[in-house]
Ligand binder design. Structure first.
Ligand code: ATP
Ligand code: MG
Ligand code: MG
Length: 264
């Protein structure tokens, strides 16, 4: 008997990954909509199972935060992992190349920085921050996909996320401060959002940001450009922490427009 099919009515597929599919579902007993991620990789081996479980264990351990995707439950079915989550509207990938204003960029940056501040404060690094993994719901940004998450002070080997958003120290496998990896990835994410073209898909293609080739961002404030430049600094120590980001005065003047902005 399938728990998935007895508890939920599948409405439509809303996302797809290499080893997962995400569905919009209706939970029969409470009549509410959720997202269920069905991880299609067979988790027969203990090591694989343990790694897959990090995703739900991180979500569960974190507890709730406005800027982190809400977690409800998870279970195994035929050696597949299912994760029931808060349903969001779409991901930040939808805004690539869409000419966001400085204010809109600042809002996204501030909210995801708050998510990072929250998770880093609880000892967890995300390690796969990118537009695809930042969901949007009613104008609120939510960090999701904790499939690469790990403990900040763990000495276990990491499984880093999308190479396009990874700093050089990860590619060199010489890193100490995983929180600063997330800061680089968030910087790269924002650069991609405000660039005229998305990052090339190829994983072997090296991001220019990593080599300090920082594009000029016409139409955006110098203050924002300087902050982004610091976030992708090759030296992790020069990158701001999530706390420093959240408290940066650049956000003081920011208008609270996001909740009623039409494009969201
Ligand atoms: P894999 O790592 O197995 O290749 P993935 O881990 O990238 O897949 P997710 O990022 O969790 O899978 O989900 C894939 C896509 O599904 C997301 O990029 C997003 O567009 C959509 N999605 C995931 N969770 C939600 C959600 N809670 N609400 C709305 N959309 C979601
Ligand atoms: Mg993903
Ligand atoms: Mg993933």
């Amino acid at each position: 008997l399938s728990r998935y099919h007895s508890d939920f009515q599948e409405i439509e597929q809303i996302g797809i990954g290499n080893f997962s599919r995400v569905f919009k579902v209706l939970k029969r007993i409470d009549g509410c909509l959720y997202a269920v991620k069905h991880c299609t990789r067979h988790l027969q081996q203990d090591a694989e199972r343990r790694k897959a479980l990090m995703e739900v264990q991180a979500l569960a351990a974190l507890g709730s935060h406005e800027n982190v995707v809400g977690y409800y439950s998870s279970w195994f079915e035929n050696e597949h992992l299912y994760i029931q989550m808060e349903l969001c509207d779409h991901s930040l990938s939808n805004y690539k190349c869409s000419r966001l204003s400085t204010e809109e960029v600042l809002e996204a940056l501030h909210q995801v920085a708050k998510a990072l501040h929250f998770i880093h404060g609880r000892g967890i690094a995300h390690l796969d921050v990118k537009p695809d993994n930042i969901y949007v719901k009613n104008g609120i940004y939510k960090l999701g996909d904790f499939g690469c998450a790990t403990l900040l002070d763990s000495s276990l080997p990491i499984e880093e996320g999308d190479a396009r958003y990874m700093p050089q120290e990860i590619l060199n496998e010489k890193y100490d401060h995983l929180d600063k990896v997330d800061i680089f990835s968030l910087g790269a994410t924002i650069y991609e959002l405000i660039r005229a073209s998305p990052f090339p898909e190829s994983r072997t293609q090296v991001s220019n940001l990593r080599e300090g080739k920082i594009p000029l961002l016409p139409g955006h404030s110098l203050q924002l450009q300087n902050l982004l430049k610091l976030m992708v600094d090759p030296d992790p120590f020069r990158r701001p922490s999530a706390k420093e980001l959240v408290e940066n005065p650049i956000f003081d003047s920011k208008q609270t427009f996001a909740k009623n902005k039409a494009f969201l």
